[in-house]
Design a protein around this ligand. Structure first.
Ligand SMILES: *[C@@H]1O[C@H](CO)[C@@H](O)[C@H](O)[C@H]1NC(C)=O
Ligand SMILES: *[C@@H]1O[C@H](CO)[C@@H](O)[C@H](O)[C@H]1NC(C)=O
Ligand SMILES: *[C@@H]1O[C@H](CO)[C@@H](O)[C@H](O)[C@H]1NC(C)=O
Ligand SMILES: *[C@@H]1O[C@H](CO)[C@@H](O)[C@H](O)[C@H]1NC(C)=O
Ligand SMILES: *[C@@H]1O[C@H](CO)[C@@H](O)[C@H](O)[C@H]1NC(C)=O
Ligand SMILES: *[C@@H]1O[C@H](CO)[C@@H](O)[C@H](O)[C@H]1NC(C)=O
Length: 555
C-alpha cells in the first residue's frame, strides 16, 4: 500500500530552519585552551575538553567572547560550585555527561543566560531542587539520563520557560510533583526506566500535551488501578504518534504485562462509569466522533510550537506530496522532527519478516510484537538500516541467524522478550555497535556463550530475567558499559565475580531476586562484591535458598 500524505508544515519547518553551512573552513579567531582542542563549525566555536581529567570547572580559566559549545564529557567533576560558570557566559551548549557529579550548588549556573543545551547524563545526581537550574533562562534542552534522581522538587523547572526537550530516562524517579511542568511547554519528554506508578491528570498531564510531540513512558512499574485511568484517558487525547512504546502494567498481578491501552476502563475502575471518572478529574470529554480531541495533523501540532513563522490564516499552502511507503498490513506514521517512520505491524499474524513488503523508507521504529515469527534471518533487515528501535517481543523466535542484525548500525533498542530463545552467542549481536537496550526476559535461555555481549560497547541495559540460567560465562559483560542488569527469576546458585561481575564497573541497578542462592563459602565473593557497590546502586534482595539453616535469610 502506498500512502501519500501532504506534509504542510513539515516542509515549511525544514525551510525555515537555518540550513547549516556544509564544510566550512572558518578560522579560529579566539584562543583555545590547553589541553583542549578547538574548532569553528557552523560559525560556532567548539571547545573539546573531553577526557582531560578536569575535576573542577574553575580549572577552565579561559573565556570566550563569541558563542561557543563546551564539551567536558568523561572528566572527573563531582560538584558544580556556585558561580562556576560566570566567566563562560557565552556558552550555548555545555556537555558534562559522564562525570561523577553528585551535587549542583545553588547558583552554579549563574551567568549562563544564553545557554540552550545542558547535558548531565551519566552522573550521580540524585535530586533536582527548586534552585538547581537557576539562571538558565534560555535553556531548551536538558538531558539527565542515567543518573540516580529520586526526587524532583515542584519548582525545579519553573523558570525554564523555553525548555522543550527533557530527557530523564533511567533514573529512580518514583513520582512527579504537581505543577512540575506548569510553566514549560515540552515537545519531548523521556521518562523510560524510572519508578513511576501513576501520573495524575490535574497539575501534571494537563500541563503537557498541547505542544507534545513525543513522550516515552516504558519500563516503569505502572500500577493499573482506578487512578491510572487518568493517564489512559490522557493518552487517548494526545496525537497517536506522540506516545512511543508501550505502557506495560506491573501491578496489580492480574494485569501484569498487559498494555494499559488495551485494558478496558471498566476493568480498571469497576465502580465508576467512564464519564464519572473523567468528570471528577476535570478531563475534557472526547467529542462523540472518534477523532482525537487534540489535533493530529502535523500542521496543527506545530502551530503551538515555538517556530515563529506566521500562522497561515486560511488554507495552508500545499506542497508536493511526500510518499510514505508502508508494508501491507501495517500502519505507519511519520515523526515530524526527523521525518522518520514508525512502522506498526503488531499482532498481524506475520510468520516471516521477509513478508514485510514494500519496504518502507527511513523507518526508525519497527514494532513486530505479537506475531508468529520463528526465525530471524540475516536478510530480514537489509532495507532497515535507519532503525533505532526493533520490537520482536512475544513471537515464537527460537532461531536467530549469526549476523542477523548486522545491517542495523543505528539500532538502540532491541526487544526479543517473550520468545523461545535458548542460547545467546556473540555472533547474534554482530554489528549492533549503537545498541543501548537489550531485552531478553521470558525466554528459555539456558546458555550464554563467553563474550556474548562484548560486541556492544554501548550496551547499558540488559534484561535476562525469567529465563533458565544457572551460570554466566567468563567475560559475559566484558566490553560493555552496563548500568542496569536484571537477572531475576533464573536458576542461579552463585555468580562468579572474577571474570564476570567485576566487569560491571558502571552498574547502577542490578536485580538478583528470585534465584535459589546457595549461601555457602562459594558465595562469599558475591557478597563482598555487593557490599562494595557504591551506595548509589540499587540491588534487589538476595535471599538464600540453601543451606537449610540460612534459608530465606538475606545474603
Ligand atoms: C573548585 O572551584 C571552586 C571555585 O569555583 C572552589 O571553591 C573549590 O574549592 C574547588 N574545589 C576543588 C575540589 O578544587
Ligand atoms: C519549590 O517551589 C515550589 C513552587 O514554586 C514550592 O511550592 C515548594 O515548596 C518549593 N520546595 C522547596 C523544597 O522549597
Ligand atoms: C523566576 O523568574 C521570575 C520572573 O521571570 C523572577 O521574578 C524570579 O526571581 C525567578 N525565580 C528564580 C528562582 O529564579
Ligand atoms: C496500586 O494502587 C492501589 C490503589 O491505589 C494501592 O492500594 C496499591 O498499594 C498500589 N500498588 C502498588 C504496588 O503501589
Ligand atoms: C522466510 O524467509 C526466509 C529468508 O527470506 C526464507 O528462506 C524462508 O523460506 C521463509 N519462510 C517462510 C515460511 O516463508
Ligand atoms: C532493498 O534495497 C535495495 C536497494 O538498496 C533494492 O534493490 C531491494 O529491492 C530492496 N529490497 C526490498 C525487499 O525492498
Amino acid at each position: 500500500m502506498m500512502l501519500w500524505i501532504i506534509l504542510l508544515s513539515t516542509i515549511a519547518l525544514a525551510w525555515t530552519t537555518p540550513i547549516p553551512l556544509i564544510e566550512d573552513s572558518e578560522e579560529l579567531d579566539e584562543p583555545c585552551f590547553d589541553p583542549c582542542y578547538c574548532e569553528v563549525k557552523e560559525s560556532l566555536f567548539h571547545i573539546h575538553c573531553d577526557n582531560k581529567g578536569f575535576i573542577n570547572i574553575s580549572q577552565i580559566t579561559e573565556s570566550w567572547s563569541r558563542p561557543f559549545k563546551l564539551y567536558l564529557q568523561r572528566n572527573s567533576m563531582r560538584k558544580l560550585y556556585t558561580n562556576s560558570f560566570l566567566h563562560l557566559n557565552n556558552a550555548v551548549s555545555i556537555n558534562l555527561g559522564n562525570n561523577a557529579l553528585q551535587d549542583i550548588q545553588t547558583g552554579a549556573f549563574n551567568g549562563l543566560r544564553v545557554l540552550k543545551r545542558l547535558y548531565l547524563h551519566e552522573n550521580k545526581l540524585d535530586i533536582f531542587r527548586n534552585d538547581t537550574f537557576l539562571g538558565l533562562e534560555s535553556l531548551e534542552y536538558l538531558q539527565a539520563d542515567y543518573n540516580v534522581i529520586k526526587r524532583i522538587e515542584s519548582g525545579a523547572f519553573r523558570n525554564l520557560s523555553k525548555l522543550r526537550v527533557l530527557i530523564l530516562n533511567d533514573n529512580l524517579i518514583p513520582m512527579l510533583p504537581t505543577n512540575l511542568f506548569k510553566s514549560v511547554s515540552l515537545t519531548h519528554l523521556d521518562l523510560r526506566g524510572n519508578r513511576l506508578k501513576v501520573l495524575s491528570y490535574r497539575g501534571m498531564l494537563d500541563h503537557i500535551g498541547r505542544s507534545l510531540m513525543e513522550i516515552q513512558l516504558e519500563e516503569n512499574p505502572w500500577n493499573c488501578t482506578c487512578e491510572i485511568v487518568q493517564l489512559k484517558s490522557w493518552l487517548e487525547r494526545i496525537p497517536y504518534t506522540a506516545l512511543v512504546g508501550d505502557i506495560t502494567c506491573e501491578t496489580p498481578f492480574h494485569f501484569h504485562g498487559k498494555d494499559l491501552r488495551e485494558i478496558k476502563r471498566s476493568k480498571l475502575c469497576p465502580m465508576l462509569s467512564d464519564s464519572e471518572v473523567e468528570a471528577s478529574l476535570g478531563i475534557p470529554q472526547l467529542s462523540s466522533s472518534k477523532e482525537n480531541a487534540w489535533p493530529t495533523k502535523p500542521s496543527s501540532m506545530l502551530s503551538s510550537f515555538h517556530f515563529t513563522q506566521p500562522k497561515p490564516t486560511k488554507q495552508p499552502r500545499t506542497r508536493p506530496p511526500i510518499p510514505i511507503i508502508c508494508p501491507t498490513g501495517c500502519s505507519c506514521s511519520l515523526h515530524i522532527n526527523d521525518l522518520g517512520l514508525t512502522v506498526n505491524c503488531k499482532e498481524r499474524g506475520f510468520h516471516n519478516i521477509s513478508e514485510l513488503l514494500p519496504r518502507p523508507l527511513n523507518a526508525k521504529k519497527l514494532y513486530l510484537s505479537g506475531n508468529l515469527i520463528q526465525k530471524i534471518y540475516r536478510s530480514d533487515f537489509w532495507n532497515f538500516s535507519s532503525l533505532d528501535l526493533l520490537h520482536l517481543g512475544n513471537n515464537r523466535i527460537s532461531y536467530v541467524q549469526d549476523g542477523a542484525f548486522i545491517n542495523l548500525p543505528n539500532l538502540k533498542s532491541l526487544y526479543l522478550n517473550g520468545n523461545d530463545i535458548e542460547r545467546l552467542t556473540p555472533g547474534m549481536f554482530r554489528g549492533l555497535q549503537s545498541l543501548h537496550y537489550l531485552y531478553f526476559e521470558y525466554n528459555l535461555i539456558r546458555e550464554i556463550q563467553p563474550a556474548a555481549f562484548s560486541l556492544m560497547p554501548n550496551l547499558k541495559l540488559l534484561f535476562l530475567n525469567d529465563n533458565l540460567l544457572r551460570t554466566l560465562p567468563t567475560d559475559a559483560f566484558a566490553g560493555t558499559s552496563l548500568a542496569r542488569l536484571n537477572l531475576r527469576n533464573n536458576h542461579f546458585l552463585a555468580l562468579p565475580v572474577a571474570g564476570v561481575l567485576e566487569h560491571l564497573h558502571a552498574i547502577v541497578q542490578i536485580d538478583l531476586k528470585l534465584n535459589p542462592w546457595d549461601c555457602t563459602c562459594d558465595l562469599v565473593p558475591l557478597k563482598q562484591w555487593l557490599e562494595a557497590l557504591s551506595s548509589v546502586s540499587v540491588v534487589g534482595e538476595v535471599l538464600c535458598a540453601s543451606p537449610d539453616r540460612l534459608a530465606r535469610r538475606d545474603l
